[in-house]
Design a protein around this ligand. Structure first.
Ligand code: NAP
Length: 250
């Protein structure tokens, strides 16, 4: 029997991450679902994943902390076997507003979760997946944002800057890890209907933004999950180092 892919999705409990877990379960992956605080949301998504026939382990922890990331991968390996996929998705924005009004704590948190957290997860994935190191190779998908190229003035330039860094990380790491049998790509969503907008202080933001989106509406988490699942699939076997924009034309 062919080995099933074992894929870690950070921030897999809600929003884009949850849709990705459910989509990957249907595509034959076993899942490790990482999350920060909301146990009920994690268990609800894990139940949907198991209904789709996949094994699923939930791991609570902070991806901006080295110990949280090491524990996430250690549990993944112990419970489900050698990790072959990583979806780096856990992200935060802090409150909407101008840089001049942002607190240092908010700036630090956004950089630590969105950039340091992605780096820590990529580093451990590189170690675990490397064929030279005894792994099976694998695929990393970094969830970036259209903000990386739009800049997001007046909203969160600091968040946009971390996502631009994620794009650069993707390009460089793809070149570094190609010889190890590891593909690295990013998906850059536009405005997607998730709880993230309420968390940044503006739950109606997706509906209001619709007029400025060429396709005339915000995206749904499932539409981002489809792109992530494709990049993880054998269909994308020659695709590495790319940033796939899924933003309704924005
Ligand atoms: P969301 O609905 O707010 O969900 C965030 C997820 O990340 C939750 O599972 C949360 O867990 C987890 N999380 C947050 N901080 C964490 C940490 N430090 N350690 C571990 N897990 C953490 O977010 P989303 O809208 O789906 O966004 C997912 C990704 O897409 C992010 O990288 C975001 O920047 C990107 N994105 C989103 C949009 C959009 O419009 N929604 C657009 C472009 C890009 P808990 O619930 O337990 O806290």
């Amino acid at each position: 029997m062919a080995r099933r892919p074992v894929t870690i999705v950070t921030g897999g409990s809600r929003g884009i991450g949850a849709a990705t877990c459910v989509r990957l379960a249907a595509a034959g992956h076993d899942l490790v679902l990482g999350y920060a605080k909301d146990d009920a949301a994690a268990e609800a998504t894990a139940a949907r994943v198991r209904e789709a026939g996949a094994r699923c382990v939930t791991v609570r922890g902070d991806t901006s902390q080295e110990c949280g990331v090491e524990r996430l991968f250690d549990i993944a390996g112990a419970e489900l076997g050698t990790v072959t996929g990583l979806v780096n998705n856990a992200g935060v924005t802090g409150p909407l507003g101008r840089l001049a009004d942002a607190t240092t704590d908010d700036l630090r948190r956004v950089v630590e979760v969105n950039l340091l957290g992605y780096l820590l997860c990529c580093r451990r994935a590189a170690r675990d997946m490397s064929e030279a190191g005894g792994g099976y190779g694998g695929v990393i998908v970094n969830v970036s944002s259209a903000a990386a190229t739009l800049g997001s003035p007046g909203e969160y330039v600091h968040y946009a800057a971390t996502k631009a860094a994620v794009d650069t990380l993707t390009v460089g790491l793809a070149k570094e890890l190609g010889p190890d049998g590891i593909r690295v790509n990013a998906v850059a969503p536009g405005i997607v209907e998730t709880d993230m907008h309420a968390a940044m202080g503006d739950p109606d933001r997706p509906a209001r933004a619709a007029a400025g989106i060429p396709l005339g509406r915000p995206g749904q988490p499932e539409e981002i999950a489809g792109a992530i699942a494709w990049l993880l699939s054998p269909e994308a076997s020659y695709t590495t180092g790319t940033v796939l924009r899924v933003a309704g034309g924005r």
